[in-house]
Design a protein around this ligand. Structure first.
Ligand SMILES: Nc1ncnc2c1ncn2[C@@H]1O[C@H](COP(=O)(O)OP(=O)(O)O)[C@@H](O)[C@H]1O
Ligand SMILES: [Mg+2]
Length: 343
């Protein structure tokens, strides 16, 4: 994959990644991630957007080695974690952390906050209690809480504060990469902005690289440098955040943006709404060729017969669509679907 990055390698290189979950016997498998390739660059925020069931969480878990590739590989800072010995793997994976939507699931209700914060260090084999406590207290301050919070229990905090504690818990390990999976989805809209700002601030302070997974367009357009669009286990489009959210070239991205005008800033709202026909197909039996073709307003026979190549349609702008044209519109059509599908 060509890049404009001057570094010898991206921080993470995902290549032809497939993650299938067997349903047992003759039932086949869920193709949760079905052949994706992309890089994650040091210091960036890569937003990953897609509808529920498109494979975002599975991809995120794979990026931090919580689930193994069925095929393909994820190279992390020039290391393939699947090739490490158990001991080296434990050490390596502390650099790759993940935070989920529900802080209640991440915090043990019977543990004081300070103990919850020290736990990841203990799991890593650290023994010096005084030092660990110092790291835990420092992390609390970094996320906007104070030392006096350290000896309380999770139920004594609001949802936003609990998510701050979960962020602190990931930070104690000083990771390189933080995968954030729907991390503001459960929070009141009024405090989402605060938490997103905290993420931005921590990124600068700790040199963090983020993969920010969400189904909410307003969240990714707010925080991302680049945006990847996922559908049924496949990547449809990936490029600079501004390009993907303002001038998407893939019919799926166009539909997704047109269906969510409300949370978007005015200049990103689309005047026409593209209605997708039908439901997302089952990831057990995804369509042949292009996985989006059964709902695509501009599908043609080749879309059924051939999987579109993942290609760099313009510099740093990747797409999987037979018909996308680098200048907008679609190959072989004088009218774009945006104008032909007014409703
Ligand atoms: N451990 C698992 N076993 C079987 N199927 C799974 C498992 N995890 C996820 N899936 C399935 O994989 C698909 C993608 O799920 P997920 O990655 O959670 O998507 P998203 O986060 O985009 O909603 C879904 O059909 C889901 O039911
Ligand atoms: Mg998910």
């Amino acid at each position: 994959m060509s890049t404009n990055n001057t570094l010898a390698h991206a921080l993470m290189e995902v290549r032809d990644l497939q993650i299938f979950f067997s349903l047992g016997g003759q039932l086949g498998s869920v193709k949760a991630v079905n052949g994706v390739s992309f890089d994650v660059f040091r210091g960036e925020t890569l937003g990953v957007i897609g509808e529920s069931g498109s494979g975002k969480t599975t991809l995120g878990r794979a990026l931090v080695s919580l689930v193994q590739p069925t095929e393909g590989r994820i190279v992390q800072d020039a290391v393939d974690p699947m090739e490490l010995s158990a001991k080296l793997f434990r050490n390596h994976r502390r650099d790759y952390q993940i935070i989920f939507q529900d802080p209640n699931a991440a915090l043990n209700p019977r543990m004081r906050i300070v103990d919850s914060l020290m736990e990841p260090l203990q799991v890593q084999g650290q023994k010096d209690r005084v030092e660990m406590e110092q790291i835990a207290l420092d992390a609390l301050i970094r996320v906007g809480l104070s030392h006096e919070h350290a000896h309380r229990f999770p139920h004594q905090f609001s949802g936003g504060q609990k998510q701050r504690i979960v962020i602190a818990r990931a930070l104690v390990l000083r990771p390189k990469v933080l995968v954030c999976d729907e991390v503001v989805a459960a929070l009141d809209v009024s405090i989402r902005g605060e938490i997103l700002n905290l993420f931005k601030q921590l990124q600068r302070e700790f040199d963090l690289t983020y993969v920010f997974i969400t189904h909410d367009l307003s969240v990714v357009s707010h925080i991302s440098d680049r945006i990847a669009v996922m559908y049924l286990g496949c990547l449809m489009e990936l490029g600079p955040a501004e390009t993907v959210s303002e001038n998407p070239l893939h019919p799926y991205t166009q539909a997704l943006l047109s269906a969510n005008p409300e949370p978007l800033p005015t200049h990103l709202r689309r005047k026409t709404r593209i209605m997708l026909k039908g439901e997302i197909p089952s990831p057990v039996n995804p369509p042949s060729g292009c996985s989006f073709r059964t709902r695509c307003p501009i599908a043609e026979p080749q879309c059924e017969n051939f999987r579109p190549q993942w290609r760099e349609i313009r510099p740093s702008h990747w797409i999987a669509c037979h018909r996308a044209d680098p200048n907008g519109g679609f190959i072989g059509e004088s009218v774009s679907p945006t104008t032909s599908l007014r409703n």
